[in-house]
Design a protein around this ligand. Structure first.
Ligand code: SAM
Ligand code: SF4
Length: 345
């Protein structure tokens, strides 16, 4: 980082990285590949699904690779996470991963998925160059899974995780959202189940990003409650800030290790000060925060003939105005227009 381009910063994103007014440097890119999904988790979308983005509005595989290449080669992106919607619904995913893996410097690549298609795709994704997967699993009870996701597919998720581990997509990380009166008693069982299999579990506080706008702060299961329930069953030793780095999860060693558990307290323990993320939606919008209410349209510029320099400049400009924090606990907080499934979680 040179003093001319980004005064006051000392990170290693390279010349002209994605720096905001608070000196944070974004090196972790979340790419949403589709807003569609084959589950209907109640905290995410309604039973009937949503008005999906029209196909012509979605970035093509080539457009995604071009933007990721600009991110990696010019803007200092070192990690790429594919998400959605359900990213495994995107047929071109192995090809995209293969092309991104060929970039210099090669970024780390991971996928956040509901796991339904992993049993079938894990070996090909690994062969294409994928490093890791995060699989979402909120309950171990088949009936509760059916209620929570509105599909009877627990078995497929469990098989998908095993296939990912067997393919070497390790460590398998597991994301769980707890909902009061639904699965909030399951935290210790989920942790024991993950520890047995060598999976790394992270609980995520439920956020106001559901399409139905049904989130209620007073009913949310907080990080503190989750930790209290886990502590009744396990000894938890904090890993500390050094191990956390810019990761959103605070982590604890479980029963002396090596197993760990993480808690992402986006609402009650926000980590905005260390945020290193930038987001690209499936329709080519840059978002500088999950909760941002403004986006920057890279697709229009790209399809209008902008060259790589101009696209990089637009991306930098979008990140430069990132706010200090998401402000969920602020009384003036307004939920973004897009739901989580259309932003890319
Ligand atoms: N479909 C994939 C999946 O479920 O892993 C990827 C997209 S999903 C939006 C990404 C993550 O966001 C999942 O772990 C999901 O549980 C989480 N998520 C969705 N809606 C949420 C909400 N309102 N609050 C907190 N997490 C949420
Ligand atoms: Fe689909 Fe993921 Fe949303 Fe569940 S959380 S409905 S799997 S996008």
């Amino acid at each position: 980082m040179t003093a001319e381009t980004t005064p006051g910063t000392s990170t290693a994103a390279g010349v002209g990285g994605l720096v905001d007014g608070f000196g944070r440097v974004a090196t972790d890119l979340r790419v949403s590949l589709t807003d569609r999904c084959n589950l209907r988790c109640t905290y995410c979308m309604p039973a009937e699904g949503l008005d999906w983005l029209p196909r012509p509005e979605l970035l093509t595989d080539d457009e995604i690779v071009r933007l990721v290449t600009i991110g990696v080669e010019r803007l200092g992106i070192t990690e790429v996470r594919f998400t959605g919607g359900e990213p495994l619904l995107r047929r071109g995913l192995p090809g995209i991963i293969e092309r991104v893996a060929a970039l210099t410097p090669r970024p780390k690549q991971s996928v956040t998925t509901n796991g339904l298609a992993l049993a079938r795709t894990a070996p090909a994704l690994k062969a294409a160059g994928l490093d890791r997967v995060n699989v979402s699993l909120d309950t171990l009870d088949p009936e509760r899974f059916r209620t929570l996701t509105r599909r009877d597919r627990l078995h497929d998720v469990v098989a998908g995780m095993a296939a990912a581990a067997a393919a070497g997509l390790a460590p398998v990380k597991v994301n769980a959202v707890l909902m009061r009166g639904v699965n909030d008693r399951e935290a210790p069982d989920l942790l024991a189940w993950c520890l047995e299999r060598g999976y790394e579990l992270r609980f995520i506080e439920q956020m106001p990003l559901d399409a139905q706008h049904g989130w209620d702060r007073t009913r949310m299961v907080t990080a503190e409650e989750i930790l209290r329930d886990l502590s009744a069953a396990f000894r938890l030793d904090p890993e500390g800030d050094a191990a956390r780095g810019s990761a959103p999860a605070e982590r604890w060693l479980v029963d002396g290790g090596p197993g760990r558990v993480g808690v992402i307290g986006t609402v009650t323990r926000p980590f905005c000060g260390a945020c290193d993320r930038t987001r690209l939606t499936a329709d080519g919008q840059i978002r500088n925060c999950l909760f941002a209410r403004e986006e920057s349209d890279l697709r229009a510029a790209l399809r209008g003939g902008a060259d790589d320099d101009e696209l990089a400049d637009r991306w930098r400009a979008a990140m430069a105005v990132k706010k200090a924090g998401a402000g969920i606990d602020d009384p003036t907080f307004l939920q973004p227009a897009r739901p989580m499934s259309a932003i890319g979680g």
